[in-house]
Ligand binder design. Structure first.
Ligand code: HSE
Length: 397
């Protein structure tokens, strides 16, 4: 019998307990012995199906030699960081879905895990149930990763889909996403692009082997997005999606950011709807590889956590290196990145042409919507300085 503990009994923690219970037979078959949740750490003891496993005292987990793996689903950096360090120092493997903690402290926690000959695994922190970090660091390990972009937040993709397809209001669609367990405890992190930003950082850390700090990465969400632009884009053969991007730059170095983009409807990622996420990884040997699946929700995210638990046990004492250094060197401002830009201005085509020269007009209806040639973000801001800009987005090349 292998015993584990869960810290935090929210959406993901509950899902982990359910997967361990419901898939006990498959898990036992693969591990060679049964897996059991022995202890669940909660802030306040409460009634429910796991009441008999609950404690509000972390020391019960820390000091229990029978607990070999701890699943951290507390979220945030406070108690989750503290308990993760103590669990690793106590010689327990730790598995998490906590993207904030991994994005901010992942490198340090991996070092700590290494020092104690245990694993720190976080597949569930990016893309929910989609396997993407393991493929990136293992199956694509022989590549130089040149670019990663993706729809990395299920809540905002769900909101956009419901608003465009069913005419739901922003508030209605957000309430639905919360009811389905997709949104963060504070959904500002979803809506403002911060959740996608943390996941983008984790992908960039692993792809480039350098620390990409969330504070370095510009994050824009969907709050400023207008349905007007979604409609104009659609008529011109584009979809609007919130993308996280991490790229190597031709001049050297790398960059990362999160923002809504226009994506050609010929790109398969443009058709990713609802809570689904998709991540495109471009390796110099593989070319583009796409990962697709449910990016949030109780059971998909729990599936990734429990698979990591099983990997810890099978790869014991610890997993191989993934080459994430704490150096932040090489990060460049994404404003240098050159793409086409979409603008909607309160003005005429001649105003647009005076600022940008030749443009591709998408709509003229009192306002003018148009696409520029390929320009940097800096030039887009400078050249549009005198225009009355209603909307501006990059176009995914
Ligand atoms: N709030 C996140 C999302 C949960 O909507 O994608 C999964 O990380």
């Amino acid at each position: 019998m292998i015993q584990i503990a869960i810290m935090g009994l929210g959406t993901v923690g509950t899902g982990v307990a359910k997967v361990v219970e419901e898939n006990a037979e498959q898990i036992q078959h693969k591990l060679g012995e049964p897996l059991r949740v022995k202890t669940v750490l909660v802030r306040h003891l409460k009634d429910g199906p796991y009441r008999h496993l609950m404690t509000d005292d972390f020391q019960k987990i820390e000091a229990d030699p029978e607990i070999r793996v701890v699943v951290e689903t507390i979220g945030g950096v406070g108690a989750a960081y503290e308990y993760t360090k103590r669990a690793l120092a106590a010689g327990k493997h730790v598995v998490t879905a906590n993207k904030q903690l991994v994005a901010e402290k992942g490198c340090e926690l991996l070092e700590l895990a290494k020092a104690h000959d245990v694993s720190y695994l976080f597949e569930a922190s990016v893309g929910g149930g989609i396997p993407v970090l393991h493929p990136l660091t293992q199956c694509m390990a022989a590549n130089r990763i040149d670019e990663i972009y993706g729809i990395l937040n299920g809540t905002t993709n769900y909101i956009l889909t419901r608003m465009v397809r069913a005419g739901a209001t922003f508030a209605e669609a957000l309430a639905e996403a919360q009811a389905k367990g997709y949104a963060e405890a504070d959904p500002t992190a979803d809506v403002a692009g911060i959740d996608a930003g943390r996941k983008t950082c984790i992908l960039a850390d692993l792809a480039f082997g350098r620390q990409v700090d969330p504070e370095q990465v510009p994050m824009e969400g969907i709050a400023g997005l207008s349905l007007e632009d979604v409609k104009i884009a659609r008529r011109a053969g584009y979809r609007v999606k919130l993308l996280g991007r991490a790229l190597r730059l031709p001049e050297g170095g790398h960059t990362a950011y999160v923002a809504p983009h226009l994506i050609s409807e010929e790109n398969p990622i443009s058709n990713v709807e609802d809570v689904f996420n998709a991540v495109m990884v471009r390796g110099n040997a593989t070319g583009e590889v796409m990962f697709y699946g449910k990016g949030a929700g109780e059971m998909p995210t729990a599936s990734a956590c429990v698979a990591d638990v099983m990997e810890c046990l099978q790869a014991s004492p610890r997993r191989q290196e993934i080459g994430w250094s704490d150096s932040t060197e090489g990060f460049q401002d994404p404003a240098e990145l050159r793409t086409r830009h979409y603008f909607r201005i309160a003005g005429s085509l001649s105003d647009a042409a005076a600022a940008f020269g030749d443009v591709e007009v998408l709509s003229e209806n009192g306002e003018t919507a148009f696409l520029t040639d390929v320009i940097s973000g800096q030039d887009a801001a400078r050249l549009s300085g005198k225009l009355n800009v209603r909307a501006c987005m990059r176009v995914l090349a």
